[in-house]
Design a protein around this ligand. Sequence first.
Ligand SMILES: NC(=O)c1ccc[n+]([C@@H]2O[C@H](COP(=O)([O-])OP(=O)(O)OC[C@H]3O[C@@H](n4cnc5c(N)ncnc54)[C@H](O)[C@@H]3O)[C@@H](O)[C@H]2O)c1
Ligand SMILES: [Fe+2]
Length: 382
Amino acid sequence: MNFNKIYQYNFPTVIRFGPGSSKELGPYLLKNQLARPLIVSDPNVSQLEFFKNIVKDLEGRNISVKTFTDIHKNPVKSDVYAGTEIYDAEKRDSVIGIGGGAALDVARAITLRIHHREDLFKYDDLQGGDVFVTNEVPHFITIPTTAGTGSEVGRSAVISDDITHQKKILFSPKLIARIVFADPLLTMDLPQFITAATGMDALTHNMEAFLVNSFSPMCDGIALQAISLIRDSLVKAVNQPDLESRSKMLIASLMGAVAFQKGLGVVHSLAHPLSSLLDTHHGLANAVNIPFGMEFNIEGFEYKFEQMAEILKLKEKSGAAVVRYLFELNEKINIPGKLSAIGVKPEHIETLADLALADFAHPNNPKPVSREDFKKLYLKAL
Ligand SMILES: NC(=O)c1ccc[n+]([C@@H]2O[C@H](COP(=O)([O-])OP(=O)(O)OC[C@H]3O[C@@H](n4cnc5c(N)ncnc54)[C@H](O)[C@@H]3O)[C@@H](O)[C@H]2O)c1
Ligand SMILES: [Fe+2]
């Protein structure tokens, strides 16, 4: 840390957390004189009972609802353009994202596009595009239905190019939701696989954020506390979910997104190319890679691994023990131990290594990562 430097910390928006909080959406819209929201979700979530009930509740209050749910699993630019057209044609006054990270990212990107009509990727943060986000954005509300990405409290949206599948990041402090309704009841029926994969995404955010080498004690505290919550609840949430385990996972995922304003690291850079190249679910890609990425990070950062081992209540306070814990955790929640089990083939490794090196996450990793390191890590995990 450098005590002669000025740091910036951003903490999120109003969060209404707890069972039933999503029922506050209707009264909130009325109070804010919003009568024509566009609800953005995905094709699965929009078929679920709770989603239909939310729409019914709003309509019962004379709120005009239009839904847009035709989005890809790893969202692309044309999804955002299609949603924006509906917003315009239907004269909407606000955007509500209801869903997992994919739906919330599309909702946030539509929120940006409403008053920013240059090519969407002109606003790509990695190209310094955030400076072009100068106009106002519509009232934006998020309701998470998975416990993983924490996108509900984020300020960025990950959107891919339709053709190259390259992931771009749209970022602006203006894109933070005005209010989050985080209702664990909406996550009660998440299937086992999604609970496991998204939960490991949340764990990866917190561990990577904690390891980022910058002076951010508030985020470090949040990350450690979230790691502890995940330790207590992920296996339960996967195998015998109850309100307590679902609640702990939902808040831990939200905390991860607060903590990772510090940055992420090698594990996310190993994971992103799997989604671009093979359409692997983001959480699953992190889950398989995290034990290998964490093992890579131990040397030189033993003291941080000791802290994580402590919070995980491991007998041995060491990096090796944390790595063992991660392998065992994956096994308990039925995550495959190897990349070959999720469709990665030896012939993919060179391309994956190129994409991982070009990825935005690893420059914040506490240890520099070379192309050779990525290749070795993929081969080890294969
Ligand atoms: N903006 C960010 O900061 C950020 C961070 C990490 C990841 N992401 C992005 O988030 C996306 C991944 O999000 P995710 O892991 O939440 O997955 P997701 O949004 O793809 O959802 C996973 C699956 O779960 C289903 N689902 C969602 N809620 C459900 C519920 N309550 N009950 C039953 N099924 C439900 C969805 O329909 C989908 O099929 C990726 O596109 C990734 O790039 C964004
Ligand atoms: Fe993630």
